[in-house]
Design a protein. Structure first.
Lengths: 261, 314
């Protein structure tokens, strides 16, 4: 059993089901579409009267405005794909075929995670750069944003890294919960629901807990500049997100080997 | 990768020793011990819920036993290098993603074992699915799905085949095909271990039988021996002088049950009963050896072990 064979096998699996294409398509369309729309609206309203808080944000943290709109929602498609890459094996029974072929189990999980994270990173890289160049082109006449400005390149690369690790986070959750709907609900709760809930609790303890939540910490690396309220620096935050994901993957692997399939 | 220890001797031997598996508090497999030999079809027989599927899943390493061991060619399944080249298993019909084509299903399995892609086309031909190889498996009939499962089992050209109810969902022609196929594999010297809850199916396919009920071993013998052993030979006797003949039979060591207008004698062969009657000048109206059907024999043996009204698979 060779590593190349296992990787080829997981690539065959992921490319041979339609859900992969649909999820990635949803991710790209939502991310590019929404970010472009928001950029157009900001640009169109630039000289209209009224408060424009986004103008200040564009100056201090341009990538938050550029990426926030499209990837805030688009990331969910990547979460869904991460979950179903593994949970669909359980729901369809394909896991039994997979484990008959790779009875040691962990090599299969490792190959699956590797193939998915590369696919995720490649699609994310193309989408992140596309969104960046489209949005900055639309906003150029008002606020020029370039990759050479301090923090911008790091934020763009950070956005790609965040999306890659987020996919693994979802995959690990899918492998732990083994139930598609349950795992998708859990991941979306962690990404969208839990952070605002925690932030409602007053006090510094809750503020720190909020700062260390997986995606709250993880997304810092996609910001151009650290904000005063951030508990962690961009790379610290990304490190915390990686630790969460590693722990979840380890639990997933530990249970995969021990549970009946 | 070949030529490792498990190929050195009896790569086709399945050995199960004291295998036990509980689900919750319920014992599914109860200290099972048996050996499956190469070169013949071994039927794995038991009523639904007897633990056949669980035993096969334990052998294939999908479930972990609570105690005991199961090995193929001397090694636990999980320690086999390129396991699909050692054991071909058809465990459940639905071991595949309905959105994936038959060919891609076999291809990803082949790739894990470094089996060349052309072998995928070979096994598709073998089971007659070449035409629909690129169709999504979700649209397949039960019979086609079963054929695809058999193709997957044959992918690594393994010396051991383990098939859980392979005839399920097949039409009569398909059943005949599977039967011939299994006989042929055994004739090639492979180990063929096939489960069924139908005695009649096994009677025409299997050379050897392992019979279980409620997870425990009931019989492990040749098919002929099983029929012999389990058919407690009984004889139907009609006579106007029942009381006297009964006495003679009981003295001779037989047992008598009363049927409607007749006696059913077991423990004595028909000629001996005739001799007894002739010796005492008792008139016989009928003396018929009863040959219980295989189905009856099976029912009799497993009668105590059927789990009424409960499906087994957790």
């Amino acid at each position: 059993m060779s590593a190349a064979g296992l990787l080829a096998s997981e690539w065959t699996k992921i490319r041979s089901v339609r859900s992969t294409l649909w999820s990635l398509l949803a991710f790209v369309v939502v991310a590019v579409g929404f970010s472009t729309l928001v950029a157009f609206v900001i640009s169109g309203n630039w000289n209209k009267p009224g408060p424009h808080p986004e103008h200040l944000t564009l100056l201090t943290d341009p990538t938050q405005v550029i990426f926030g709109a499209g990837f805030g929602i688009g990331q969910l498609a990547m979460c869904v794909l991460g979950v179903i890459v593994i949970s669909s094996e359980y729901s369809t029974g394909a896991i039994r075929s997979s484990l008959l072929a790779v009875p040691r189990r962990l090599p299969m999980l490792a190959a699956k995670a590797a193939v998915f994270v590369v696919l995720d990173a490649v699609v994310s890289a193309v989408t992140v750069f596309a969104v960046f160049f489209i949005a900055t082109a639309i906003l150029r006449s008002h606020v020029p944003v370039t990759l050479s400005q301090p923090g911008v390149m790091r934020a763009v690369i950070g956005g790609i890294l965040y999306l890659a690790v987020l996919g693994l986070f979802a995959l690990a959750a899918g492998g732990l919960i083994r139930h598609t709907a349950g795992a998708i609900a859990a991941v979306i709760a962690m990404v969208l629901v839990v952070p605002p809930l925690i932030s409602l609790i007053p006090g510094t303890v809750a503020h720190h807990i909020h700062g260390y939540l997986p995606t709250v910490a993880g997304v810092l690396v996609a910001q151009t500049r650290q904000q005063p309220a951030d508990v962690l620096s961009p790379w610290q935050g990304f490190g915390v997100f990686c630790l969460w994901t590693a722990a979840l993957l380890a639990a997933c692997g530990w249970l995969l080997v021990r549970r009946d399939a | 990768m070949t030529g490792t220890a498990e190929t050195a001797e009896a790569p086709g031997l399945i050995e199960v020793r004291g295998l036990t598996k509980r689900f919750g508090g319920k014992v599914a497999v109860d200290h099972l011990t048996f050996t499956v030999e190469p070169g013949r079809v071994t039927g794995f027989l038991g009523p639904n819920g007897a633990g056949k599927s669980t035993t096969m899943r334990l052998i294939a390493g999908l479930d972990r036993p609570d105690s005991g061991t199961a090995t193929v060619g001397g090694r636990p399944y999980a320690q086999l290098a390129r396991p699909l080249t050692r054991v071909g298993a058809l465990l459940e019909a639905r071991g595949l993603h309905p959105g994936r084509s038959a060919r891609n299903h076999l291809l990803f399995l082949a790739q894990t074992q470094d089996i060349p892609a052309r072998r995928v086309d070979e096994v598709l031909d073998l089971v007659g699915l070449r035409e629909v190889a690129r169709k999504r498996a979700g649209g397949f009939s039960l019979g086609m799905t079963q054929r695809l499962g058999i193709a997957a089992a044959m992918l690594g050209n393994p010396p051991v085949l383990m098939l859980d109810e392979p005839a399920n969902g097949l039409d009569p022609e398909g059943i005949r095909w599977v039967r011939t196929f299994m006989r042929q594999l055994a004739a090639e010297g492979r180990t063929v271990f096939v489960s069924s809850h139908l005695m009649s199916e096994m009677a025409v396919t299997a050379d050897h039988l392992i019979v279980i009920g409620r997870g425990a071993l009931i019989a492990d013998c040749s098919t002929g021996e099983f029929i012999q052993k389990s058919s407690e030979r009984s004889v139907l006797v009609r006579t106007p002088d029942r009381a006297r003949l009964r006495e003679l039979i009981i003295d001779e060591g037989g047992t008598v049950r009363d049927g409607d207008g007749a006696m059913v004698v077991s423990g004595l062969p028909a000629p001996r009963i005739g001799e007894l009657a002739a010796g005492a000048s008792i008139v016989l109206h009928e003396l018929t050896p009863q040959l219980p059907s295989l189905e009856e024999a099976f029912m009799e043996l497993t009668a105590d072990s059927v789990e009424y009204g409960e499906a087994s698979r957790p």
